[in-house]
Design a binder for this molecule. Sequence first.
Ligand SMILES: Nc1ncnc2c1ncn2[C@@H]1O[C@H](COP(=O)(O)OP(=O)(O)OP(=O)(O)O)[C@@H](O)[C@H]1O
Ligand SMILES: [Mg+2]
Length: 261
Amino acid sequence: MSMIEETRTSRPERPDFSRHANHAETAPAFLSVWDLHAYYGESYIVQGVSFNVHEGEILALLGRNGAGKTSTLRTIARLDNPRLTHGEVWLDHKPLHKMAAHQASAHGMALVPEDRRIIPGLTVEENLQLAQIAPPIGWSLDRIYTLFPRLGERRRQEGVTLSGGEQQMLAIARALARDIKVLLLDEPYEGLAPVIVDEIEKTLNIIKEQGITTVIVEQNAVRALKLADRAVILDTGSVVFDGTAKEVLDNAELRAEYLAI
Ligand SMILES: Nc1ncnc2c1ncn2[C@@H]1O[C@H](COP(=O)(O)OP(=O)(O)OP(=O)(O)O)[C@@H](O)[C@H]1O
Ligand SMILES: [Mg+2]
């Protein structure tokens, strides 16, 4: 049974905004996520998630608290938890579903988690150098500091002493220090002032111009939708909408039902 049929049969009472492509329709997508099912222990969390992302696109992955956004990103990045039991993740024709996290990373998948994971005791520059300790090496430090001048100014400062916005920049910069194809961002704007969000948004547009594909998970759905080309909305671990970001911004019913905005 396809995802679309499953959604329709299991939840007929809800409007069905799900009309995402069947696997073949837009293939080969650059990043193709197909019918992912994943568990934390016995808890069935990711319940048949499928979507495609084209090269150089920004996709907003949205949904209410607990909808399964973080779990979906972790599954795509091939972390151990939640455990993938079924489904496929293809990146640039490579089967990531057959790989461990470090192999997926070596093939260009980068996850910037919500807590940013800046390494204590290391300067900004050392955090970046550590990312380049093994191939594939991405952007040079000069190129990174051109994109993030504040990181250049603070390169001798301990990373964890930076402001929240600067730490987020460092987390993104550390991903770019490796040769990546896809950037998965989990709540990059969380806790940041609007003026800092503006700055990060500008950077994400520049990263897009450089050809990197981005999936952004954000509670600040309106900001994410204004940045994104397309949007996928999750609800209880399943896709309930797949379309353009503009369609979501223009659809009050959809926003009220799944995003509470
Ligand atoms: N480590 C875990 N073990 C068991 N259940 C978990 C674990 N992490 C998350 N869950 C559950 O999985 C579901 C999806 O969580 P997830 O963190 O993926 O949602 P989310 O959409 O990212 O939510 P939020 O907007 O709050 O970040 C929730 O019901 C959550 O309680
Ligand atoms: Mg989350």
